[in-house]
Design a protein around this ligand. Structure first.
Ligand code: TYD
Ligand code: MG
Length: 454
C-alpha cells in the first residue's frame, strides 16, 4: 500500500512523500510543509464487490432553462461575473492585502441585498464593530446585510442552515478552520478542506458563496491551487498601491468570458465604478514626449486605451538594466532583439525601462508594436504624433501581424479624439473608422518611415 503523503507545497498544493527545499511540481523554494494526511485514499484493493448507489443520468438536450442571474447593479462587478451572480455558484476573489477586497465585497453585498437577495458577510479578520465602521464610511449603514465575525466553519454552516442566505461572503478563506483537520488555519490542508466544505454546501443549499483569498508575493492565491479548481469563477483584484485605480479581472469563469475586467477607483467613500477606463488611463498624459505611445488594447470584450512609456539611457553598469512594469519582461527582451537584429538598432550599453501607465497589466501580443514604437521613440528622442494610436503583433522575423478586433480598437480611439493609427499591413480595416491609418509591413518600415532611423 502506498505510504500516506504528509508533505505539501503551500504554493501549488503538490503532495510529496518527503521534505525537500524545492517543490519539483512548481519549482518554488522553501514552500514544502509537513501536514497531517487529509484522509486515507482508496485502498489498493480497489472497490471490490461493494457497489455504490446508482445515479440518474439525463439527456444533453434538456428543456431546463438556465437559472436567472442576479446583477447587483455595480456594473463593473456584474460584467466580470459574466452579467450577474449565478445562484449556487462559488466565486474566489484574490488580491494583495489592503488592495480593497473587503471594501468591494461589502459594497457588493449591500447591492445584492438591495436587489432582493438575503446576503451574509462573515469576517474572520475583523470584528463586527469594525465592519460597521467601514459600512458607515461607505454610506451603507442601513443595508440589510447580515454580519458575522467567526472563523469556525462548523458554526458558520450551522448558522447558514438557520439563516438560509442566498449569498454568503467569506472573508477570508485563510482564516477559516474545521475541527476535523489537524493543522492551523491558513495551512494547505485547512484551506483545501474549508473551501471544499463551503463550495459543496453552497451547491447543496443553492446558496452562492464568494470566498476572499490573499495572494502570496508571487501573485498566487495562498494555499493550494486546487481551490481555484473547486470554484466556478476566479477573480483577481489588482492595482498599484500608489494609484487609486483597481482592476477586477476574471481569470476563470464557468458562467461567462474569462479575461473580462472591471475598473474601479478607490475613493474616500469606497470603490466607485469607472465606466470609461480609456479616458481614465489617458487622463494623466502630458504634452507629446519621446517614449510615450498610446496602445489601443482589448480587455475581454471591451477596448481599453492606455499609455506605454519607455525610457532609454546610457548605463553606468557593465550589465545594462531591463525593467518592465505591466508588461512581460521576456517579451520586452524579444522586441529588443528583433529591433537589434532585424532593424539594426542596438540597445547595448543602454538601460531600458518600460512602464504601462495607470497600473494596468497588459498580456496581449497586440501591444508589441506599441512597445517597439515607445522604445524607438525614447532611443531616437523623437515624439510620435500625440493623436496616434498603435497596435500590432511583431514576429521574430520583424514582420507585423494583424490582431483581432481592429475595428473595435479604432472606434474607441476615434471616440477619444485620436485621429491617426499605425498598424500592420494586413489588418482588415473598414472605410468607416475615420482615422488616418498608416499600415506597415514590418518593423523596419516603422523605423524608416516614422523615425527616419536605422
Ligand atoms: P480593504 O478592503 O480592507 O482591503 P483588503 O480586504 O483587500 O485587505 O481596503 C483597505 C484599504 O482601502 C485601506 O488602505 C483603506 C482604503 N480605503 C479607502 O481608501 N476608502 C474607503 O472607503 C475604504 C473603506 C478603504
Ligand atoms: Mg480584508
Amino acid at each position: 500500500m502506498a505510504k500516506a503523503q504528509t508533505f505539501t507545497c503551500s504554493d501549488c498544493g503538490a503532495a510529496h512523500s518527503k521534505w525537500s527545499g524545492r517543490c519539483d511540481a512548481c519549482g518554488a523554494w522553501n514552500t514544502i510543509r509537513e501536514e497531517a494526511p487529509l484522509s486515507q485514499g482508496p485502498s489498493s484493493k480497489g472497490l471490490g464487490a461493494a457497489r455504490g448507489r446508482g445515479i440518474a443520468l439525463t439527456d444533453l438536450a434538456s428543456r431546463e432553462t438556465p437559472p436567472p442571474r442576479t446583477p447587483c447593479g455595480l456594473g463593473e462587478f456584474d460584467r466580470v461575473l459574466g452579467g450577474g451572480l449565478v445562484p449556487a455558484s462559488a466565486v474566489l476573489v484574490g488580491g494583495d492585502p489592503g488592495i480593497g477586497k473587503s471594501t468591494l465585497l461589502l459594497q457588493a453585498a449591500a447591492r445584492f441585498a438591495a436587489a432582493g437577495l438575503k446576503a451574509a458577510y462573515i469576517s474572520g479578520e475583523e470584528a463586527t464593530a469594525q465592519i460597521r465602521m467601514r459600512a458607515n464610511r461607505l454610506g451603507l449603514t442601513d443595508a440589510p446585510v447580515r454580519l458575522g465575525a467567526e472563523t469556525n466553519l462548523r458554526d458558520i454552516l450551522t448558522t447558514f442552515d438557520k439563516e438560509t442566505p442566498d449569498i454568503a461572503i467569506i472573508d477570508s478563506i485563510q482564516t477559516m478552520w474545521l475541527d476535523t483537520v489537524d493543522s492551523a488555519p491558513g495551512s494547505v490542508a485547512q484551506v483545501r478542506s474549508t473551501a471544499h466544505e463551503l463550495t459543496t454546501y453552497a451547491k447543496r443549499r443553492g446558496m452562492a458563496v464568494i470566498l476572499v483569498g490573499h495572494v502570496t508575493k508571487e501573485g498566487q492565491i495562498a494555499g493550494p491551487r486546487v481551490v481555484e479548481h473547486m470554484v466556478d469563477t476566479v477573480l483577481y483584484f489588482e492595482g498599484e498601491r500608489g494609484h487609486q485605480f483597481r482592476i477586477l479581472r476574471a481569470v476563470k469563469n464557468r458562467f461567462g468570458p474569462a479575461d473580462e475586467i472591471g475598473v474601479f477607483e478607490m475613493t474616500g467613500a469606497g470603490l466607485s465604478e469607472v465606466t470609461n477606463p480609456s479616458a481614465l488611463f489617458l487622463s494623466e498624459r502630458d504634452a507629446p514626449a519621446p517614449g510615450s505611445v498610446v496602445f489601443a488594447g482589448m480587455e475581454g470584450t471591451r477596448p481599453v486605451l492606455c499609455e506605454i512609456q519607455a525610457l532609454v539611457a546610457p548605463t553606468p553598469h557593465s550589465q545594462p538594466r531591463r525593467s518592465a512594469v505591466g508588461w512581460d519582461g521576456g517579451r520586452l527582451s524579444m522586441i529588443l532583439a528583433v529591433l537589434e537584429s532585424r532593424c539594426g538598432i542596438p540597445f547595448t550599453g543602454l538601460d531600458v525601462y518600460l512602464n504601462v501607465a495607470g497600473g494596468l497589466r497588459i498580456a496581449e501580443p497586440a501591444a508589441d508594436l506599441a512597445v517597439a514604437a515607445a522604445l524607438l521613440s525614447a532611443r531616437e528622442d523623437t515624439a510620435l504624433p500625440h493623436d496616434t494610436v498603435v497596435f500590432g503583433e511583431i514576429s521574430l522575423s520583424g514582420a507585423l501581424r494583424p490582431v483581432t478586433q481592429t475595428e473595435t480598437r479604432l472606434k474607441e480611439a476615434r471616440k477619444l479624439g485620436f485621429t491617426g493609427a499605425i498598424l500592420p499591413e494586413r489588418s482588415k480595416t473598414g472605410p468607416g473608422s475615420g482615422l488616418t491609418v498608416q499600415k506597415m509591413p514590418d518593423l523596419a518600415a516603422l523605423v524608416g518611415g516614422i523615425f527616419g532611423a536605422g
